[in-house]
Design a binder for this molecule. Structure first.
Ligand SMILES: Nc1nc2c(ncn2[C@@H]2O[C@H](COP(=O)(O)OP(=O)(O)O)[C@@H](O)[C@H]2O)c(=O)[nH]1
Ligand SMILES: [Mg+2]
Length: 452
């Protein structure tokens, strides 16, 4: 979501950092560029003005002008301001109420409410160890209740059984008593949305609020709508006791305006990001880490967390043991590739790394990434068990067969075998806790290169 902004900041900073000293003119030039970059990112004008006006006096302070690396100091000032505009620290979901704790999700139609309801339910079950029940109050859109029921079924999350024709107020009351009976500790209410804010929608939400008395009222906002999302949040804030925002489609090409405008315009913190359609595509919003990402300083902490969460620890252990015995097989390589894919492929990993936005766009252009992983997967799947265990036996005729089976060619097979060899050598080198190694030293270039 922040790619363009990151590119711009990297450019601005690299010219600021080159200067051995900074005078008012240079700072002004830098601020002008920052102002433009923010406006292009669809940050609201008020926010941009405030942002720049806070930075300027600090950047021209005596201690900056006299310092030996004024550029770095300006970067730090900008970083601090971005963090403050994003919300200082992450704000958790408040579950401080007598269970069942009601949480209401509101937002425009299509913003991702229903999907987000299930993501949040899964998150609270997994991270807060709470039993969650989901309730759909969207009685207007056909199949909306069924959509939530299905998400519950697919992900083993309890949903309130649907009674055709029941009105939202009655569903709320039924949900509260059902939760008491079935021991649900949190109830998530997925409300109906409209294509735009209207009187009827606001009235209904007010009514629901008065019945369920939510511990949290969260607006789900589509980040692709930019600063408009912040204005809509402001309207909700004026009607109900809005406590937070979940920004969806952060995986899309939104320009960051929603994230940067939200807290200043609507005065509510962003709590989570939706980063895809799947139930696990959901991240806690940490302002400092996002600021790092925006400024191209990378987000190593999130990367390492993601790695330890996504990687199948047991699998990793098995691989390690095999490595020690020198038995790393194609099968293990396949599982490595799959884990990589799970982490969002190279692109997913790269988006967390510092200063790689340029390399990343080069890679985008050359089509490296997911496709290669998928292709390699197909090749390995076309191998026999024996071949996977001992790739050395793969001779010319076997190669031909594998190429046919995977819809590739001999050259692709040769490349993969070479990569496998490199990979197993590299794995031997970092055999002990390779993820820990990455956390300390960064992802080794071989790991990227071998996938090219
Ligand atoms: N790429 C992406 N798609 C999302 C995200 N959240 C929701 N969606 C998609 O947006 C569409 C609308 O979502 P839905 O939950 O039905 O919206 P609602 O009308 O507000 O309930 C669905 O196709 C979702 O899969 C997200 O974070 N990223
Ligand atoms: Mg919905």
């Amino acid at each position: 979501m922040f790619e363009n902004l990151t590119n711009k900041f990297e450019e601005i900073f690299s010219s600021l950092k080159k200067a051995p000293s900074l005078d008012e003119n240079q700072v002004d030039e830098g601020l002008k560029a920052i102002r433009l970059a923010l406006l292009e990112a669809d940050v609201s004008l008020d926010v941009v003005k405030e942002f720049v006006s806070r930075i300027k006096p600090k950047a021209l302070g005596k201690e900056i002008v006299r310092s030996t690396s004024p550029g770095d100091m300006v970067v730090k000032i900008v970083y601090d301001e971005i963090v403050s505009f994003l919300g200082d620290k992450n704000s958790e979901i408040s579950l401080n109420a007598v269970p069942p704790v009601p949480i209401m999700l509101v937002g425009l139609q299509g913003s991702g409410k229903t999907t987000t309801t299930s993501k949040l339910a899964k998150f609270l079950e997994k991270n807060n160890k709470k039993k969650v029940m989901m309730v759909s109050l969207d009685v207007y859109r056909p199949a909306a209740q069924e959509q939530l029921r299905l998400l519950g079924e697919q992900n083993s999350i309890e949903t309130l059984p649907v009674i055709e024709g029941q009105l939202p107020a009655d569903i709320c009351r039924r949900a509260l008593s059902a939760a008491n009976l079935n021991g649900s500790e949190v109830i998530l209410f997925d409300t109906a949305g409209r294509t735009q804010i209207d009187f009827q929608m606001m009235n209904e939400i007010k009514q629901i609020e008065s019945i369920i008395n939510p511990a949290e009222t969260i607006m789900v906002a589509d980040s692709l709508t930019g600063q408009v999302a912040a204005n809509v949040a402001k309207e909700f804030k004026n009607t109900v006791n809005l406590s937070g925002i979940i920004l969806t489609r952060a995986d899309g090409d939104g320009r960051g305006g929603a994230a940067l405008s939200m807290k200043y315009v609507a005065e509510v913190p962003i709590k989570f990001l939706g980063v895809g359609e799947k139930i696990d595509n959901f991240e806690i919003f940490y302002p400092d880490r996002i600021a790092n990402r925006i400024l191209g300083m990378g987000d190593i902490v999130s990367l390492v967390e993601k790695a330890s969460e996504d990687l199948d620890q047991e699998n990793l252990k098995k691989t390690e043991e095999k490595l020690k015995k020198g038995q790393f097989s194609m099968e293990d390589y396949l599982s490595q590739l799959r884990q990589m894919k799970k982490m969002g492929g190279i692109e997913g990993i790269m988006s967390f790394l510092p200063g790689v936005s340029k390399i990343k766009s080069q890679m985008d252009a050359s089509g490296v990434d997911e496709k290669i992983i998928t292709q390699n997967e197909a090749v390995i799947l076309s191998m026999t068990r024996q071949e996977r265990d001992d790739p050395k036996i793969i001779n010319g005729s076997r190669k031909k067969r594998i190429a046919n089976g995977s819809g590739t060619d001999i050259a692709t097979i040769n490349k993969l075998l070479k990569q496998f060899k490199m990979m197993s050598e590299m794995m031997k080198k970092m055999s002990k806790g390779n993820m820990k190694g990455m956390a300390d030293k960064g992802i080794p270039p071989e790991l990227f290169n071998q996938l090219k």
